[in-house]
Design a protein around this ligand. Structure first.
Ligand code: ATP
Ligand code: MG
Length: 472
């Protein structure tokens, strides 16, 4: 139940209806006040017209005044509101003596205005409440009149501000009924609208719950809208696809690692068990240990390479790149590779060595050079040729290795940079590589914002070219 109150649906509806209620109520209140004010103004101006009319009558013929009042009263039957009129003498003592008054007042008297505030011909208004005259408050006008030099009168006329069956009452009644109805309709409408908008979100939640690390094949059902929800679904599905891909990669990777380390471990175990079976001459022990050391070195190389790859992939390594002369580094690597080539009876030639410097890491570049030259020598038959080039262009340095080796088939070419990938395993069983060399080369090129090109024809040879940008 608590969750319901915390849901966006509930909160949105609450806000929406709350805001609407505030608007509707303030609008109604403003409307009421405005109408009441204008109603009051209307009464005031009617009263003033009556008082002014009476004033004229009195000025013209004071003796006919009472008759006038009665006559006016007849006229006043027409309008909706009753009008009470009285005329008081105020010039002479005692002040406030009634000179004439309408029948409607029936022995009652309208309250006297304070004489001090009265000025000739200036009407004064006030609101009084006298339930014996009328059940609702009355608006009263007071208008002083002078006749000759000493006769002073005060004309008073009063009319109720509200009536039993007032139009304003109708309005209030209407608003009291209409406002809640309006709010209920808005509440229902709003709730359904929000419900409709949020249903896809609910579906996303349900689908997302089905997705686990073990089973990333689920996708959220696509909604065919191009709105925010559609975009969310698309983004979410993309994310799961990427996750699925990396999970597959991780699984593949760990099984590759296990497989790769299993071979040397099995060899070590086998050799050790055989050697331990009985007493043996010293030479056999030495040979066995030599083999074991060799296998251990293989494993160490694999582990080092893997560590290098995962460390650079985690992207938390910061290499401090310095300006390095590629030609010097290449010369160094080349000299050490010459021994290897001689052993394999492959001609290793430095065909081009231009002076070129880049910003980079000396050890990484050394590793890149040696890995590529090592591959070229390793995958070239006895008597073959490996040529090494270092050239300078406007924006980049081009390092390339061209061999006349076994080549790589078109089918295998896309995979050679993958970890542990070894093309056509049977061809170079004793080569002893782990299939990590090119992954490392590619990683190093990426770290230097460079790229690699490969061209290869099976049984003719391959050319690996690395482009490294020169930064000034
Ligand atoms: N110059 C080349 N000529 C022919 N095939 C090559 C050449 N360079 C790489 N390859 C193929 O690409 C595969 C991957 O090369 P990579 O350098 O990554 O691994 P490796 O040489 O087998 O092992 P490692 O370099 O880890 O000792 C090789 O096994 C080989 O089949
Ligand atoms: Mg290699």
């Amino acid at each position: 139940m608590k969750a319901v109150f915390k849901s966006i649906k509930f909160r949105l509806t609450l806000w929406y209806v709350g805001t609407l209620a505030l608007i509707v109520i303030s609008f109604s209140a403003a409307l009421y006040v405005k109408l009441e004010k204008s109603h009051e103004k209307n009464i005031e101006s009617s009263l003033e017209a009556i008082a002014q009319g009476l004033k004229n009558d009195i000025s013209e013929a004071p003796h006919k005044m009472l008759q006038d009042i009665l006559d006016k009263e007849k006229e006043r039957e027409v309008p909706l509101n009753p009008v009470y009129i009285q005329v008081l003498k105020i010039g002479s003592k005692p002040a406030g003596e009634v000179a004439a008054k309408s029948n409607l007042l029936k022995g009652k008297t309208l309250p006297l205005f304070k004489t001090k505030r009265l000025a000739e011909n200036v009407p004064l208004f006030k609101t009084i409440s006298d339930k014996s005259i009328y059940p609702f408050p009355l608006k009263v006008i007071g208008l002083p009149v002078s006749i000759g030099t000493n006769k002073q009168y005060l004309i008073e006329a009063a009319s109720p501000l509200r009536k039993e069956d007032d139009a304003l009452d109708d309005l209030v009644e209407a608003l009291f009924v209409l406002d809640p109805v309006l709010l209920i309709v808005a509440l229902l409408g709003g709730y359904f609208l929000i419900q409709k908008t949020l249903t896809p979100v609910r579906n996303i939640v349900l689908s997302a719950k089905k997705i686990t690390a073990e089973d990333l094949s689920h996708r959220i059902e696509a909604v065919d809208t191009k709105d925010e929800i559609g975009e969310l679904v698309e983004t979410f599905n993309d994310m799961i696809s990427r996750l699925e891909k990396s999970f597959i990669q991780i699984k593949q990777f760990s099984s590759d690692v296990a497989h790769e380390l299993k071979t040397p471990i099995t060899a070590i175990r086998g050799m050790s068990e055989v050697i331990l079976r009985k007493e043996r001459p010293k030479k056999e022990y030495i040979d066995a240990f030599k083999n074991i050391v060799e296998e251990t070195i293989n494993m160490q190389v694999i582990i080092d390479n893997l560590l290098f790859l995962s460390r650079t992939e985690a992207q938390d390594v910061r290499y401090s790149f310095k300006t390095i002369a590629l030609d010097e580094v290449l010369l160094e690597v080349f000299e050490s590779m010459e021994i290897l080539a001689k052993e394999k009876k492959v001609r290793l030639i430095l065909s081009r060595l231009q002076q070129v410097s880049i910003k980079g890491d000396r050890n990484l570049i050394k590793r890149l050079f040696s890995n590529l030259i090592d591959n070229a020598v390793k995958y070239t038959h006895k008597g073959g040729k490996v040529e090494v080039f270092l050239e300078r262009n406007d924006n980049f340095a081009r390092f390339s290795v061209k061999d006349t080796g076994i080549g790589i088939s078109k089918d295998e070419l896309p995979y050679i940079f993958n970890r542990f990938y070894k093309a056509d395993e049977t061809r170079h069983r004793d080569g002893g590589g782990s299939g990590l060399g090119l992954s490392i080369v590619q990683r190093i090129a990426q770290l230097h914002k460079g790229r690699i090109d490969v061209e290869s024809i099976p049984d003719k040879g391959s050319t690996f070219a690395v482009f490294l940008p020169i930064q000034d």
